[in-house]
Design a protein around this ligand. Structure first.
Ligand code: AMP
Ligand code: MG
Length: 436
């Protein structure tokens, strides 16, 4: 992360305060429902970002933008899956410990070599794992079930079972098979599948560019000494990390003081980004200058305020191709809003097939009284017991207490009308991909 740029100046403006007070009634308008807000976020993304070509080893975590079609057979030839002896199945079908079969060894073939010999009845070729099956052979007997007498006579003590230890040509993939569709996230396994087909370069989405800017007179960055009344900037880091983890390319825009001119200046310098994330100052407090500054910057408001908890004051707008989120300053709210609204937008911009966190149903294991009203996203700990998903509501849910965010592995979605959650109730959980 680069050194923060700090835009010094304290918000000293009665004008701002007076303007805010005038607008307070307007702020009480009906809140947007969660689903409607999410739909507006996704609708604002018309097209995915452009593409770039990468070498396979650099493609982890990126999103494919072309269907990958195998051009080859995998494996290219039938191969032995064991160290042993290539045989003709019929020759050894009755072999046992008590009645072994003796075969004549005519060749020896390590991986990477092909035997020039063709197997005839009563013959065998010693073969190592991965070597191409010799012509005429159709099964492999493991070394453990055979004995070599004098380098030429081999005693087989095992019949050919269900699994002849041969992987047939094209048994994994054949030409024309789609190995990964456009929109697939490139995981280590996808890299392996593409490698198995000999693919060395892939067309992927470029990473959406983002600016992460924290606003607040009270903030200092870690590494600095907080003065009286100051706290460390959490959001600049958590949002930066979330953006990275979502596959975007964030720049750290530092801390901007609660002064509209300062914010306007910083905002304008980031209008080349796909997304600008602002945190703090987006509500109606005396020093909340984000909304008015976005208006001054010519940002078109798509919505402001959503019926979710935490995170009511969320702003979403657009200027040209740049999408702008004004996230609440509260660090829990800003992370939750990121997961719920920003993450799906990054996914759609990246050209993914599905948007947002994976969800599943889980059984609650503790009781909790809920204040009805807004849709809630509680922090939870998901585990699996007797192959059932169970989720504990983390007891500390006050949005001012941040650290449980690091122990949560899901957000528990609670519809607005729910007044109580009891052990055994089923809820929808959103999986936080904490590991990346
Ligand atoms: P605001 O939305 O600006 O009214 O901020 C709401 C609460 O979140 C206040 O207690 C702020 O001090 C706190 N806050 C705002 N931004 C940050 C930040 N980047 N890191 C930590 N706390 C913050
Ligand atoms: Mg503030």
């Amino acid at each position: 992360m680069t050194q923060p740029i700090i835009h010094e100046s304290l918000a000293e403006n009665n004008d701002v305060v007076l303007e805010k007070r005038k607008n307070l009634p307007e702020f009480d308008r009906k809140l947007l429902e969660y689903e409607d807000a999410l739909a507006l976020c996704l609708n604002a993304v018309q097209d995915p970002v452009g593409t770039e070509e990468l070498t396979l080893e650099n493609s982890l975590g990126r999103v494919l933008r072309e269907d990958m079609i195998s051009q080859v057979f995998v494996p290219p030839e039938s191969r032995s899956m064991m160290d042993g002896y290539a045989v003709i199945r019929d020759d050894v079908k009755c072999a046992t410990d008590d009645h072994p079969v003796t075969l004549t060894q005519i060749d020896n073939v390590p991986a990477g070599h092909v035997s020039m010999k063709r197997l005839g009845p009563g013959e065998t070729i010693r073969i190592m794992t991965g070597a191409v099956m010799p012509q005429g052979a159709n099964a492999v007997i493991r070394l453990e079930c055979s004995r070599c007498l004098d380098g030429r006579q081999v005693i087989i003590m095992e019949p050919v079972g269900e699994n002849p230890y041969v992987l047939l040509k094209g048994q994994d993939l054949v030409p024309g098979i789609v190995t990964a569709k456009s929109g697939t996230l490139i995981t280590p396994a996808v890299m392996g599948v593409l490698a198995s087909c000999g693919v060395s370069r892939v067309k992927v989405s470029r990473r959406p560019t983002m600016a992460v800017i924290a606003t607040g007179n009270e903030l200092v960055d870690p590494g600095q000494i907080p003065g009286a009344g100051q706290i460390y900037n959490i959001n600049g880091y958590s949002l930066y990390g979330l953006s990275m983890a979502a596959g975007a390319k964030p720049v750290y825009g530092g801390i901007v003081r609660d002064k509209s001119d300062d914010l306007l200046h910083v905002l304008c310098s980031h209008m080349d980004k796909d997304i600008i994330l602002l945190s703090g100052g987006v509500s109606v407090g005396d020093y909340d200058i984000v909304h008015e500054t976005l208006v001054r910057a010519g940002v078109e408001e798509i919505f402001w305020r959503v019926k979710v908890k935490p995170g009511k004051p969320l702003f979403f707008g657009r200027k040209g191709k740049t999408l702008i989120f004004g996230l609440p300053g509260n660090p829990v709210s800003s992370m939750v809003n990121f997961y719920v609204f920003v993450r799906p937008v990054i996914d759609k911009l990246s050209g993914k097939q599905t948007y947002g966190l994976d969800t599943s149903k889980a059984r609650i294991i503790n009781n909790r009284i809920i204040q009805p009203g807004r849709r809630k996203f509680y922090r939870g700990r998901l585990s699996s017991r007797n192959s059932r998903l169970e989720v504990e509501i983390i007891p500390e849910q006050r949005s001012g207490v941040f650290s449980p965010m690091a122990t949560a592995n899901v957000l528990i979605e609670i519809p607005g009308h729910i007044k109580v959650l009891k052990t055994g109730d089923m809820v929808r959980v959103h999986h936080l991909d904490c590991s990346r």
